[in-house]
Design a protein around this ligand. Structure first.
Ligand SMILES: [Zn+2]
Length: 318
């Protein structure tokens, strides 16, 4: 009954999720394990193998034709290796080869998590039907990916579109990546919260100091909380405008926990875009919240493994 399934893996610092995904983006079966992020390479690989074994135990597995992996980065898709910042045991870990061995020689496609989210939004989400799009995840970090000319643009190593580490503040704070004034250093959830606290914002009785708590204060009219989101929005707008000016995107899709702030983020972001995206060919640029939510990584990994899926939206419109 099911054929042409893709086994999708979404590998992050806290969880390893797996699923069997059909050709229309339906999720037929799920499995997940916590990421033993502080353990050695083989222990982490053991958790990946356990997820694959659980999927493989299903009679549906017979319909699986490929494996797609979206992983926390950096990844090197050309070498088939991953070195996720939050999984220190994996440095140049040969994930593609190891997964190929576990799955009996199926073709394996690897992309970074920002590219995976982009593939998902282009296939099933807010970028559907757009031939030129920037998709971003704004949460603990800031990642992203590009659709150009109707196709996912991964770059040689699978990291193209990593907007979180372009500088929008030449003399800004040093970033762990080695540069300074990066979009991530200003717009990620932890940095929104940090800046609010530094400027005198205080959490409620529950002591919640997350960006979501800052967003709630902003919604209630707190000026310091509002200012921290406005600064994040300006950093995002500058990065989006630079991208649009370089490669002529017509939509920027934003997902991740910080996007859950809604108008607290999107209203100043749209205002700031008018300040930074000024040339005639970028003025029509729109911004939209992501639609694929928590399944973005799995759907995107599945789409990356089956290019005819991820490019379907473009085929219909272009
Ligand atoms: Zn950086």
């Amino acid at each position: 009954m099911y054929s042409d399934l893709v086994a999708a893996l979404d590998i992050g610092g806290t969880k390893i999720a797996g699923a069997l995904v059909d050709g229309s983006g339906g999720i037929c079966l799920r499995a997940r394990r916590p990421t033993p992020a502080g353990e050695d390479a083989e222990t982490v690989m053991g958790a990946v193998a356990a997820v694959l074994a659980e999927l493989g135990a299903s009679p549906l597995w017979g319909g699986v034709t490929a494996v797609g992996i979206g992983s926390a980065g950096p990844v090197d898709a050309s070498a088939g290796t991953v070195s996720p910042v939050n999984i220190p045991g994996w440095r140049d870990f040969p994930l593609v080869e190891r997964v190929r061995r576990v799955t009996g020689g199926l073709p394996v496609e690897l992309v970074g998590d920002g590219v995976a989210m982009t593939a998902a939004e282009h296939w099933k989400g807010a970028a559907r039907g757009h031939d030129n799009a920037l998709c971003m995840v704004v949460s603990t970090g800031v990642g992203g990916g590009l659709v150009l000319g109707g196709r996912l643009h991964t770059g040689p190593t699978g990291n193209a579109g990593h907007i979180g580490h372009i500088s929008v503040d030449l003399d800004g704070d040093p970033c762990p990546c080695g540069s300074r004034g990066c979009v991530e250093r200003i717009a990620s959830g932890p940095h929104i919260a940090r800046r609010a606290l530094e400027n005198g914002w205080r959490p409620g009785p529950g002591g919640d100091t997350t960006a979501a708590a800052v967003a709630a204060s902003a919604r209630a009219g707190d000026p310091v909380a509002t200012a921290s989101f406005e600064r994040a929005a300006r950093a995002l707008a500058a990065g989006i405008a630079a991208t649009a000016t370089l490669v002529e995107i017509d939509i920027a899709v934003i997902g991740g926990g910080v996007a859950g702030a809604g108008d607290v983020l999107f209203a100043p972001l749209r205002r700031s875009l008018r300040d930074y995206a000024t040339l005639s060919f970028v003025r029509r640029l729109t911004v939209a919240p992501a639609l694929t939510g928590g399944d973005a990584g799995l759907l995107g990994a599945a789409a990356a493994a089956a290019p005819e899926r991820r490019d379907t939206a473009a085929a219909y419109t272009g």
